[in-house]
Design a protein. Structure first.
Length: 68
């Protein structure tokens, strides 16, 4: 007996049905959307902070970067 037949006999009426999980598909899509948006916001903030530390702050005299 093959594995598929054995699984079908074991699961009975639940054979071929989706396993229950903590999240529904719509919730996972929504979570992915928010995480992607949050990632891009984080990347944007990182760029703004880097520009501030590297160029804007020293040009306004807020601080000086150490020379290498």
């Amino acid at each position: 007996m093959g594995e598929a037949k054995r699984r079908k006999d074991t699961l009975g009426e639940n054979y071929g049905k989706e396993k229950s999980s903590w999240f529904q598909k719509e919730q996972l899509v929504l979570l992915q959307t928010w995480l992607t948006r949050g990632t891009w916001v984080g990347i944007g903030l990182l760029v703004v902070i880097w520009l501030t530390v590297r160029f804007i702050g020293p040009s306004f005299g807020w601080w000086q970067l150490a020379a290498n």
